[in-house]
Design a protein around this ligand. Sequence first.
Ligand code: PNW
Length: 440
Amino acid sequence: MMDDFTFSRSDFPENFVFAAATSAYQIEGHAFGGAGRTHWDSFAAIPGKVVRGETGAIACDHYHRWPEDLDLARDAGLDAYRFSTSWARIMPDGVNVNPKGVDFYDRLVDGMLERGLRPMATLYHWELPDALAKKGGWTVREVPERFADFADVVAARLGDRLFSTAPVNEPWCIAWLGYHDGIHAPGLTDLRAAARAMHHVGLAHGLAIGALRARSVRNLGAVCNMEYAIPASDAPADVEAAHRYDGIYNRWFPGAMMHGTYPDDILRGLKPHLPANWQDDMKIISQPVDWFGVNYYTCQRIEATQGEWPALGLAPARGPLTAMGWEICPEGLDWLLRRTVTDYTGDLPLWITENGMAGDDGPGKADNGRIDYLDRHLAVARRLIGDGIPLAGYVFWSLLDNYEWALGYDKRFGLVHVDFATQKRTPRASYRRLARALSH
Ligand code: PNW
């Protein structure tokens, strides 16, 4: 385990962008500023769904402390800051605009520009207004349609100052974790609902790209999370199960967004459940984008199971794990990004829009695990650039410890430690070493 990074900024191309990411519901404090109830608030109220029933009501109180947080991003030597705009803050009922909500992001974006941080916006990082969840959430077409209206509001108010904009963070998580695995809001375990969500979230992306283009917003992209699927054994059934996992997780959305097609093997399982005339939407979903982002954390060992399609399960992880229980596999990032370029994105600028690990090191502790993790993934990034992969930037997840969804406040991904009782921010060793690495 190393205690310092092995790279410096000069090891990367001159225009390579280093950034850190957060998301609205995970840091802002949803209780403030007139935000509307979200489906995460409802999900957390179901006993057993979220650790201690925790929500993003207070979180990091970023709604009030954002100047300090942007100072931290600037002082780390970062070039950009990836944030998200809460749909339920801007449109509490999913339809009508809350002026205080838009004003908040207006100040925030100006705050970034004043500090020399390029604003990288994500419109939707999971806080669906509960009023829309009650209508069926991502299983119904009305939600992507309303999402396009939301995109228009953000475009009109902030669009002129954004460095880049992606409509949706991690469509797979929204659709599959929320509607198939039941571990994210709204907590359904229903293949039909999942299939419809897998279509409507893509449609939301495409409709929003259209709305943003109509307002001449620049540099539009897609952000998908990927996991490297490893068969749990050499048995053909496990190898096939791993391929299905790869298809649902890593090929469904890139195929739809970049080529306007769903992968055949996965379509076989989901087609019976897709909304009528889904083919008519593929052109919208595959609107051209200007860049493609991949969020990467881990690999998974996949085994075949009996039962309903896709008939697969997660086998035990091996080797050193992060506090999430996730395997550390930088080689999976290498493999997935090369395949993404070859099969989907070609010359399009590619971004690592999230990478990081959860670890328990408190302030003043060594933090070697996180430094080692980040260093090994940044070494992959360097190697990919050397091999001609058009990698344009790397974004740390996360600037701050924050609300880690179903795991509440237990899992800490921050370069900066947050004491949630006092809201005191303390940079970790990884933050301080990073600031030094980026300064030369
Ligand atoms: C991403 N999984 O979420 C999100 O973009 C962040 O909001 C989150 O804090 C971060 O990764 C760390 O978890 C994921 O179970 C959550 O496969 C769960 C999974 C993947 C990504």
